[in-house]
Design a protein around this ligand. Sequence first.
Ligand code: SF4
Length: 474
Amino acid sequence: MGGFFGAVSHRDTVLDIFFGTDYHSHLGTARAGMVVHDANEGFKRQIHSIENTPFRTKFEGDLHKFRGNSGIGCISDSDPQPLLVRSRMGVYAIATVGVINNAEKLVDHFFSDSGHQFMAMSSGKVNCSELVAALINQQQDLVSGILHAQMLIEGSMTILILTEQGEIIAARDRMGRLPVLVGKDEDGYCVSFESFAYHKLGYQDAYELGSREIVRITADGIETLSPASDEMKICAFLWTYYGYPNSNYEGKNVEVMRYRNGSIMARDEAQNGTLPDVDYVAGVPDSGVPHAIGYANESGRQFARPFVKYTPTWPRSFMPSNQQVRNQVAKMKQIPVPELIEGKKLLFVDDSIVRGTQLRETVEFLYESGAKEVHMRSACPPIMYSCKYLNFSRGNSDMDLIARRVVQELEGDEGQKHLEEYADCNTQRGKCLLRSICEKFGFDSLGYQSLDGLIEAIGIDREKICTYCWNGKE
Ligand code: SF4
């Protein structure tokens, strides 16, 4: 994934960019960068690895070197950025968030013109932002260049550009999968992925870009350079999983959506007669917790935290490359409260069930610790397809997904032709999938939020939400 923050103002913006970018640290764990523009000194840029040290610690020593009335910052899960590019349109800084599925094809196309080259990363891959800049530079001006890049890129691409005039050009991806919001204060404007980042810095909501829209942001205002399209497919996981609780996208708050989502699950189960009698409702920390609060409030069952996360010495960015060590770290972070587990009937809500690896260990641990019953709920429907639009690491291939693996076990290749039925827990195949996963993990009961319930909880038009993960509809 990745996140971004930019500001342009009549005052110095360095601290706003520093804190605003830092507030996107939950969206990436690899690289981070800041570039600031000063009318006299031009651009100043810094990029650091944030793999083992958080953004603020890495950049606070650089702050005294930065000065300027405009700048952009980004958190990235892969490529180092922002990049400084010199082109016929002048020098500009560029940061991007998204994924280019046809990157190799686009690079090859450049190579067919003799004389083109890209800086290669150690993997041999080309930096996404460099490729986007190369596509933009094929046209005569930034706006036509961005539109040209958006048209050629398969995947999605949100782009922030800081020009040598100290203006920000912001472009939301073609289908609006990720948000781009603009805030305003008395001295200028900012642009951000997370709205809470600028609320906290004293900016008010000013504008939310539509899909494909391109705007110019100066200290005095926002101007649309290329209009939004009517189509939108905003990522549903922004609300259920990775968006920050305090943020709003399309006017809908993340935390409130999660309460509503849990409450809809409990409401529907009460209607179907599947609401279990439990001592406590709990969330799998952290992102399952608000869904569980909603479930507990609606069902009238008590909310509790049988697991509490130990976070002070485990920065979120600590991501060992070895899967076994990663699992061990996840386990070490979760500390149980035996008084809330022994002899108790527990219902856990998780934001989703993806591969199920950690879940199995959690359940085994709960039974070993004397839990009488363990019921599991997933705050979204069974995930049938891995994301092809964002750099969203929830499984590298469809067969990493527990639901797809179980379908294969149940029916072999034939099952893969009936995924729509399997994804709906009201059909025979859907019930069969539910039962098999439930038995596999040894839950006393298992339930998934329905797609209708999820869409109801988000509360915007169904057509505007990306649901590809669940129904494969593009
Ligand atoms: S496929 Fe899934 S993760 Fe990707 S944008 Fe759509 S809803 Fe989000």
